[in-house]
Design a protein around this ligand. Structure first.
Ligand code: BGC
Ligand code: CA
Length: 356
């Protein structure tokens, strides 16, 4: 009897085991089928190093890149890991961040370099791991870009923004000279707020902004110029001094970027200067467009609005061995030049009419 129960039990156990194994096989096969039908997700790891996260323009570029990356993910099989690092305006800190990106196995680097004369070390590090590097906004010297074929620069040509600023002032002068020439001496008395010393955009904008005026034989008197390091508060402090020194004599303020133009406006309002002189900036940041609408700013220059899209596109192509760079319009093997756009109240109205 006992033995019969035992053998009956062992038969039942045997059957149960068989059923379990069959079920496991089905589950396994089922899940295998499912995964072979699902789209393969490819992960692209982009290491993005900013010179400083506090920079108004740079943080806007990076935010837009993040947004575009999410949009790209939603229409493709890609997973885009955009890893950000804030260089805190310190080249040593940024180089450590680059080391970390390379050690963690990123596919491509996008670098807004702190010190644009120090790109060689960074390029050699990336080249030793065969990781392409895209510099943007802060342009390394040409010899450095030529150290390796997988190094690129994406950005606009600084001189173009300077010329547009000069043209904006010239157009306003031609349209209503007394409005600018407050003391009626036929000369433009101006001050210039410069960006960070050594930055290609600061140097080129300062040099080129007056060229259209000189070319049109407009007389210019530079009251003073100084750097305010792209910063609104530094520009306000500098402008406060100039208001005390020159007061109503200032007819035009040329600022290398919008943050500094807005800082100048802050200080002039504070000093009770009215009407405000003509102020021009570069970048077309949101607060600058607001100031333009309020007629506090005469004009600005949109700073390569295509940059976030082009950076993402190039980074994705470089991390895909099957992709070609043919359509990327790369000049001299390394450069992708982007346009600036002149922005005045008239162009804003025009854009609104055209439904932008
Ligand atoms: C922009 C500045 C910005 C700088 C940072 C320039 O092109 O006009 O607003 O601070 O780049 O590198
Ligand atoms: Ca004058």
């Amino acid at each position: 009897m006992n033995r019969r129960i035992k053998s009956c039990c062992s038969q039942l156990l045997h059957k149960a085991c068989c059923c379990f194994l069959i079920m496991v096989c089905f589950l396994f096969l089922g899940s295998g089928c499912h995964s072979s039908n699902a789209p393969a997700v490819k992960t692209v790891r982009i290491g993005l190093a900013m010179y400083s996260q506090n920079d108004t323009f740079i943080s806007a570029v990076v935010q837009e890149m993040e947004q575009l990356a999410r949009e790209k993910e939603s229409v493709s099989d890609l997973k885009i890991n955009l890893n950000l690092a804030d260089g805190q305006s310190n080249q040593t800190v940024q180089l450590e961040q680059i080391d970390r990106f390379l050690d963690s196995g990123c596919d491509v680097l996008c670098v807004n370099i702190v010190d644009r004369t120090a790109a060689a070390v960074l390029i050699d590090k990336a080249a030793s791991r065969d990781i392409p590097v895209i510099f943007f906004n802060r342009q390394p010297v040409q010899e450095d870009l030529q150290r390796w074929e997988k190094v690129y620069y994406v950005g606009p040509k600084g001189e173009e923004s300077g010329i547009y600023q000069g043209e904006i002032i010239l157009e306003a002068w031609r349209k209503d000279q007394p409005d600018i020439d407050k003391n009626g001496d036929g000369t433009i008395q101006y001050v210039m707020l410069e960006g960070e010393p050594g930055h290609q955009d600061a140097m080129l904008r300062s040099e080129y902004a007056i060229k259209p005026l000189l070319k049109a034989n407009i007389l210019l008197e530079k009251l003073d110029s100084d750097t305010a390091n792209w910063s609104r508060s530094q520009a306000a402090a500098k402008m406060k001094q100039w208001c005390e020194m020159f007061g109503e004599k200032i007819e035009v303020v040329i600022a290398n970027n919008d943050d500094m133009a807005l800082g100048a406006i802050d200080a002039m309002k504070e000093a009770g200067i009215a009407p405000l002189p003509a102020v021009v900036g570069v970048d077309a940041t949101e607060p600058a467009i607001e100031a333009l609408r309020k007629k506090e700013l005469l004009g600005t220059v949109q700073n390569a609005p295509e940059m976030p899209g082009v950076l993402l596109e190039l980074a994705l192509r470089l991390s895909d061995p099957e992709s070609s760079l043919e359509k990327m319009q790369i000049e001299e093997g390394h450069y992708i030049w982007l346009p600036y756009y002149k922005i005045t109240r008239e162009t804003l109205i025009q854009q609104e009419i055209e439904g932008f």
